[in-house]
Every structure is written in C-alpha cells, then in structure tokens.
Design a binder for this molecule. Sequence first.
Ligand code: FAD
Length: 377
Amino acid sequence: MVENAVASAAKSARSALSRTTGADFRTRWKALAAEGLLSDAPRPPSGRAAGLGPVTTALAGIEGIGLAGAPAGLCYALASQRFGIQCPLRPVLSQEVRHSLGDVAGGDVLLCHALTEEGGGSDPLSMSTSAERQEDGSYVLTGMKAFVTAAPIADVGLVFARTSADRTPFALSAFLVDLRVPEVKRSDPFRKTALTEVPMGSLTFGGVRLAPDRLVGHEGSGLALLTVTTAWERAMLLSYALGPMRRVLERTVDWCKSREHFGRKMGSSHLVAARVADMALALHRSRELVYRMAARLDAGERPRQLAADAALTKISVAEDYVMFTQQATMLGGVRSFIEDSGLCPDLISPMAASTYAGPNDLLRVTVARELGLPVEN
Ligand SMILES: Cc1cc2nc3c(=O)[nH]c(=O)nc-3n(C[C@H](O)[C@H](O)[C@H](O)COP(=O)(O)OP(=O)(O)OC[C@H]3O[C@@H](n4cnc5c(N)ncnc54)[C@H](O)[C@@H]3O)c2cc1C
C-alpha cells in the first residue's frame, strides 16, 4: 500500500517537475503543492482508497517527490513546512486563524519556523528576541532570527520570542508573524552549502505590532509548543532524504553492475557488494523508522509521548544518511567528484542533518538523561 502511494506521488511529481524545469523555487513549490501534499487531508494514491493515515500519506508523498528527482532542498523545505509547522500547529490554531493565513495548502503562502538566533541555536532560553504586551492585548516584536530556512521568501513566520525576561520554561511565546510588512527586514539569502535549492536567511523585527490573535496558544507556552514542533521534526523531517537515498542506491547498483575492473564487473567483488548491501541496510532502517513514526502519529499518539523515540529516529536516520552517502561516494570513484557525471552525491546536505532539529550530540544527552544518567546539556 505504501509502495503504491509512493509510486503514485512520484508519477504526478515527475509531471509537475518536468512542467516547471528551470523555474524558480516558488513556482516549483506551488506545482508540487497542487498535488495535495501540503493539504491537511492529503490525497491518497489515485484510483482507490489507500487506507493510509494522513501522516503516512504525506510521508509517501514526500518520498515520491524525492524519488521523482526533486532536488533535496525542495524535498527538505516541503517536509519542514508540512511536518515541522503545519502538523504541530493544526490542533492549536482555531479554524479562523488558520483561514487568516491564506492558502498554505495550495502553496500560495509559504511558512517558516523562526527560532534560532546568532547567539543561540541549541539553547532557546538564551534568545533575545522579545514580544512586549501592550495595554490593548497586542504585542510589539523586536529582535532578529538567523539561519531560518525560507526566510528570504516566506510569507508568514512561526516566530518564538521572549515574553518574560526570566530563564524559566514559561519565558517564551510563539507568534504567527506576517513577514510582508515594512517592519520586517529580510537578509539576502545566505550563501549556504547544504540543501542549496531552498534559501536561508535572517529576519529582523523592528517593532512589529501583532494583534492578540497572532499569539499561538497562550503567553508563556512557547517552550511547550517548541517541544511539539521539534518532536514532529525529529520524527518526520528526515523523510525528505528517503527519495534521494533510493535514487542514489539505484544508480550505485547500476554503476557497480556496469563498471569493469580486473576483467570482471565491479559488483562481483564481495567488498563492493557488501558496501552496496550496507547502503540498502541504511535505507531500510531509515524507512522503517520514519514510517513507524508516521504510523504512531496516525494512530493518535501525541508527539510529546513519542519525543524520546523521535530523537532516536532523528539521530539514526541522520547518521545512516551520512554513512550511506560516504559509501556511494567511495564506490563512484573519481566520478563522485565530477558534477555532471551523474554519480556525484551531495556529501554536505546529509551532514547538515546532524545539526538542524536538534544537534545529534545534544539529542544523545537527552536520550542518556531519559535512561537515568545524571547528565545535563
Ligand atoms: C540546513 C539547516 C536548516 C536550518 N533551518 C532552520 C530554521 O528553519 N529555523 C531555525 O530557527 N533554525 C534553523 N537552523 C538552525 C538550527 O536549528 C541550529 O543550527 C541548531 O539549533 C544548532 O544551533 P547552532 O548551529 O548555533 O549550534 P550550537 O548550539 O553552536 O552547537 C554546535 C555544536 O556544538 C555541540 N554542542 C553544543 N553544546 C553541546 C552540549 N551541551 N552537549 C553536547 N554537544 C554540544 C554539538 O555538536 C553542536 O552540533 C537550520 C540549520 C541548518 C543546518
């Protein structure tokens, strides 16, 4: 059933991608969104009811898009908005507020998740961006967020800000901020080396007035919401890698079957075969873990309940993705370093996965603490 959903998504993504070859990010984003991927009720595979839950259907859609050849940065951006922003916000926002955002599902409105600052990435309580409550219940937002995916082009940001000066779990709040107002200044896109197809940048808030209904949840619940957005991200964000991994495995197998060495096919070496098998194992583990997370979310498990397993999933898939790409790079020989050889894997983007959605080593600390070790960040 999942395979049908992936194949069906790949088929429609191929047509959307070929219609928009060479087009800018927003055009391709909208073409892929038109396939229903960003909708709260993503379309099941064509022709028959698939019996898959909405999270699994969306996951199969992301995998299919990657399998169809969508650039990794585009797959990442889709997974990041769908799973890291839309899914966690859905139970928290009223229908009116959701409606006020515009057509997110259709791809007209692009969201971003603005948490990190120049001075603090892993430690959210060190943030200095603040939202000051006014007498009429509105807020005034001042500060700067950095390293935010899609910041140069996004329409609305989920922005975390300090509503109290204290370093307590209730010091932060989250807001939906229209980024198209003059009080928001965007940087030029950063010249980044990973996931290059989606821009990243900073946002400066110069006294942005926010109506009371732009507060997500209640004042002081920002850290609690962050726990939920990060649990979703850790569980599901690496889904973006599954399609690209499948493509790399396919082309590595083809290469090993066709390349002649020492008077025989390269793939008849046991060491080469073992490396290919290791790649297949890494992909298998990653798929199993991410689909398992999706199934649990579809079964109604609360993201906070599965936070510990989500952290393990994130570490495991991120590290398997790096190991997988190393094997492919080795087996491609010199062609791995020639851009138009068709065998050049992107080594940097998998490495970036060890940093976003919680650096892997900090997640290790959390895992060990859950196991009872007296260890703090
Ligand atoms: C591709 C990409 C996309 C991103 N998109 C967004 C986005 O959309 N929105 C957003 O807000 N942010 C985004 N980020 C930023 C990301 O969330 C931060 O990079 C992350 O929180 C880590 O912060 P830092 O880079 O400042 O690392 P630091 O906090 O400086 O940590 C650096 C490293 O130090 C080590 N370390 C630090 N402290 C400890 C400790 N106590 N124990 C063990 N090891 C430790 C870890 O190895 C860690 O990786 C993105 C990052 C990347 C790479």
